[in-house]
Design a protein around this ligand. Structure first.
Ligand code: TRP
Length: 446
């Protein structure tokens, strides 16, 4: 069984795949704008605490369940449940997770499609095809539909190839490129006038904001979305980790990489926005806050690139390549959840499952594209603000209250023989049992 399920071939492969899942639009787009509108470094500070105190323990819960059960979320949660009634809850949580992650992918692929379209635009201008360039950056249903299809085709292609030859191979190529592009872009933007003002807006803390409950809610939502928690993504990646690996260590590396890239992205986005301001681009919205939502990436930054002449084209290509890579390494981790389930549970062939489920999700995306106004925000809100935190809560409850403590320790001991005397085992069980559920519920009812 283990051999045909697939397994990551190395620690590096797993780290690239898992950090690839975690690092996405949430880091490069969501985090910097959340920080800018929530008191700069005050948000950063709160986010760092929540990421390590709440999201990391929840991430560990998923990785441990996954590696123990070596199966998809439905089967895995069921295998921890002692009684039929609890098995029923397990199946329900696993299923809601599969539906939620599929819906997240259906809106994520729309935004990713925009990134792909903006990536191609400078090439069209270079070829003198200005009309095509204009079409690529005009918000039309046809463009959105076509690029959703292209983006989903790439996602399906990678997932069809399997764990090692698809996910691991592509994440190991794409994630180092993402890092290099990000650092080069930061260095370049730092040389431009206005960048230092952006750095100040990002890094000078406005601690009067820390008491604001909205800041806590935003920071926790951001941390859960960013670490891909609650829907079985990290669980299924955990199920492909070798029993020789030290789970607490690689889990903390994933969290560090995710937070690190988010913090780095802030060093790019906020200085770039203030460079745009210097160049005469409007960066504040009607309420005096920084432009955040879609406007930031698809109007402020392109306007900035346009003021930069020839070099603007190069920077635009690099930036949208960065966004596309970040999206793709995340979208594959989403599609893997339903695909792994149907392969393991219904015996489907992986390629067929990837194409069939991928096509179904693409269809849902197209429905959203053609009914954008009522549907897009609704799907985003339902999946990320309601479903995901609640499911995260259930994963914590399963590990801490239903699963047997000795079995958990046994699982961690594989690859980490002296786990029992380590710091992780002193803190984590308490955290996952009391602190995480209470904190998630508290924020949820905000
Ligand atoms: N974490 C990714 C981001 O920051 C998105 C993502 C990937 C995700 N898999 C997920 C979000 C599962 C929620 C659930 O963009």
């Amino acid at each position: 069984m283990a051999a045909d399920r697939g397994e990551f071939s190395s620690r590096f492969g797993f780290l690239m795949a898992a950090s690839g899942s975690a690092v996405g639009l949430g880091n490069i787009w969501g985090f910097p704008t959340n920080a800018a509108s929530n008191g700069g470094a005050a948000f950063l500070f709160t986010y760092l605490i929540l990421a390590f105190a709440l999201a990391y323990p929840a991430l560990m819960a998923e990785l441990i369940i996954g590696r123990y059960a070596r199966a998809n979320a439905v089967t895995a949660l069921k295998s921890l449940s002692p009684r039929p009634s609890i098995k029923l809850v397990a199946v329900l949580v696993g299923f809601v997770g599969i539906v939620t992650v599929s819906l997240i992918l259906s809106f994520y692929s729309i935004v990713s499609g925009w990134m792909l379209a903006y990536f191609f635009e400078p090439f069209m201008r270079l070829l003198g095809l200005n009309a095509v360039g204009d079409w690529l950056v005009a918000d039309t249903e046809l463009r959105n539909a076509l690029f959703v299809i292209v983006f989903m085709a790439l996602t399906i292609y990678i997932i069809s190839a399997g764990v090692k030859d698809g996910i691991e191979k592509w994440a190991s190529r794409l994630m180092p490129s993402l890092f290099v592009i990000l650092v080069l872009l930061i260095l370049y933007v730092f040389t431009l006038p206005g960048a230092m003002a952006g750095l100040k807006a990002y890094l000078l803390p406005d601690f009067s904001r820390i008491a604001n409950p909205q800041l806590l809610v935003d920071a926790m939502g951001q941390a859960f979305f960013s670490l891909s928690l609650g829907v079985g993504t990290m669980l299924i990646y955990g199920s492909y980790i070798s029993k020789k690996e030290n789970l607490p260590t690689i889990g903390s590396l994933v969290a560090l990489l995710d937070v690190g890239i988010a913090v780095l992205a802030g060093l790019l986005i906020l200085p770039a926005m203030y460079v745009a301001l210097e160049n005469g681009v409007q960066i504040f919205d009607a309420n005096g806050g920084l432009v955040a939502g879609p406007g930031l990436i698809i109007s402020v930054l392109p306007a900035l690139f346009n003021t930069m002449g020839i070099i603007g084209g190069v920077v635009a290509v690099a930036f949208f390549a960065l966004m596309t890579i970040a999206s793709l390494t995340s979208s594959i981790s989403m599609l893997e959840v339903p695909v792994a389930y149907s392969v393991e549970h219904h015996g489907l062939d992986r390629r067929r499952a990837a194409v069939g489920i991928g096509a179904l999700i693409t269809f849902i995306s197209l429905v959203i594209v053609y009914n954008f106004d009522p549907m897009f925000d609704l799907v985003v809100t339902y999946t990320t603000e309601y479903s995901q935190p609640l499911l995260g809560l259930f994963f914590c409850l399963f590990v801490a209250w239903i699963w047997n403590r000795n079995a958990i320790l046994e699982e961690i001991r594989q690859g980490c023989p002296d786990a029992e005397s380590g710091l992780f085992w002193k803190i984590w069980p308490f955290y996952i049992k009391y602190i995480c559920p209470v904190a998630i519920l508290a924020v949820y009812f905000q």
